[in-house]
Design a protein. Structure first.
Length: 200
């Protein structure tokens, strides 16, 4: 005996699980390059019916722009799709919403800063490592080689013609390890456990 199955119900169930593009009423403080989202703002005095166009601009290590859509009643939206920012290098970017009505009428309606982070889906090996992390790995290798008797000194991280011995490398390793720890945790300096004893 066959049992009828509703294909529409299964399709609707699958569709409900699809991720939706996020909508923001304020520019995110940070987002990954290529991340898709929609920005919405209300500018009732600057409508499409009134002859205005409002464009979202990004400027930093790269530049880009997104044309706004007047959805009615002074409500505007900007669809920031993957292709708009996917090639942007990581860094701090200035953005603004610039309204233009004519060649002589232009105004910045909103502006600010945002941080665009690396898109890990397009990153190559080592792209997400800081200079300190990469150099620390070189220093660790150099120390191991010296201890193993393979070499007597090393040149690290473009320090000119300076040849670094074991003690210099150990000092550099400590400095780099501290920098990496701060990058990862936001905590600087060595931690000490202190016990306070009651007065006698």
């Amino acid at each position: 005996m066959s049992i009828p199955v509703s294909l529409e119900w299964h399709s609707a169930r699958r569709a409900s699980k699809l991720p939706r593009v996020q909508t923001f009423t304020a520019m995110p403080e940070s987002f990954a390059a290529g991340h898709s989202f929609t920005l919405t703002k209300s500018f009732p005095d600057h409508t499409g019916a009134g002859g205005w166009t409002i464009t979202l601009f990004f400027a930093g290590a790269s530049v880009g722009s997104v044309q706004g859509n007047d959805v009615g009643g002074g409500q505007w939206s900007w669809d920031v799709v993957k292709g708009e920012t996917v090639t942007f290098p990581p860094g701090t970017y200035r953005w603004d919403l610039r309204g233009v009505k004519s060649a002589s009428e232009e105004v910045v309606l909103a502006s600010g800063l945002t941080t665009i982070t690396r898109n890990l889906s397009t990153a190559a090996a080592g792209d997400a490592q800081s200079w300190e992390e990469k150099t620390l790995a070189l220093v660790e290798t150099a120390i191991a080689d010296i201890v193993a008797g393979k070499i007597q000194s090393y040149t690290i991280a473009g320090r000119g013609a300076e040849r670094l011995g074991l003690e210099d490398l150990k000092k550099l390793r400590g400095e780099l390890a501290e920098a990496v720890r701060y990058q990862r945790t936001g905590v600087s300096g060595r931690q000490h456990l202190v016990n306070f004893l009651p007065p006698r």
